[in-house]
Design a protein around this ligand. Structure first.
Ligand code: DER
Length: 233
């Protein structure tokens, strides 16, 4: 199965099993896998409660909601979310995740934390034993532009040998997040203690949010190469 088909079967199964009549407020993540989540929701639209509200985690996910004709809400109006579904860059055996490949992890973490149930959907290339095994682009860190160089120097003291300011492809200069900040990608090799690393990075002045989602996911749905879906809790 191709990676996109693997994303699709994971997304479809996660929607089928987690968006039920009790789900009134749903958090929608960002990235490419979430596109299949919306696709499945639209297929089921007639059987779903017309009052369901969808909370975005980026301009991208906001567009997916509005272009799908779904009810858009925001986290101020709906601070209690029933279920949030989102992708990930890598997931370890304890369901800790590296997120932020799409530079959206700040709002994603807020919407994931606000949910009673946070569900990850991913293809088999994201499924690891330990973080850092397969995802080689480092831990995404959102930093305020004023602080980026100091943060990069501090990351070296934490053991990151080559922190990288993420440069845009379709724009000259650095990637700018939906919150107006820079993204620094920090390589730490295998991350055996994601909680400790998260806490160290988060304390650096100028860091807004870190793409390590520790002890947050309730379940993860992985689309496999053979067309099966593995569900981890
Ligand atoms: O930025 C993020 O955290 C996204 O969820 C993203 O990394 C997942 O990407 P994908 O669904 O395109 O694989």
């Amino acid at each position: 199965l191709s990676l996109s088909d693997a994303k699709k079967i994971a997304a479809y199964k996660a929607v089928d099993e987690n968006i039920t009549s009790e789900s009134k407020i749903i958090g929608i993540g960002s990235g490419s896998t979430i596109v299949y989540v919306i696709e499945r929701i639209l297929q089921l639209k007639d059987s779903l409660d017309k009052e369901i509200i969808y909370i975005p985690t980026s301009f991208q996910s906001r567009l997916l909601i509005t272009e799908g004709g779904l009810n858009l809400g925001d986290i101020d109006q709906y601070p209690e979310i029933d279920v949030t579904i989102d992708g990930a860059d890598e997931v370890d055996e304890n369901l800790n995740a590296i997120k932020g490949g799409g530079a959206c992890h700040l709002r994603e973490k807020l919407v994931a934390e606000a949910a009673k149930k946070f569900i990850i959907v991913a293809d088999y290339s994201k499924h690891s034993t330990t973080l850092g095994e397969k995802w080689k682009q480092g831990v995404p860190i959102e930093v305020i532009p004023f602080a980026y160089l100091r943060v990069m120097n501090s990351l070296k003291e934490l053991g990151c040998d080559n922190p990288i300011l993420r440069m845009a492809k379709a724009k000259a200069g650095p990637v700018i997040s939906d919150n107006g900040n820079f993204i620094v990608d920090a390589h730490f090799g295998l991350i055996k203690q994601p909680k400790e690393l998260l806490e160290k990075i988060k304390l650096l002045t100028g860091v807004v949010e870190v793409g390590l989602f520790v002890n947050m996911a309730k379940s993860a749905y992985f689309g496999n190469e053979d067309g099966s879906v593995s569900i981890k809790h």
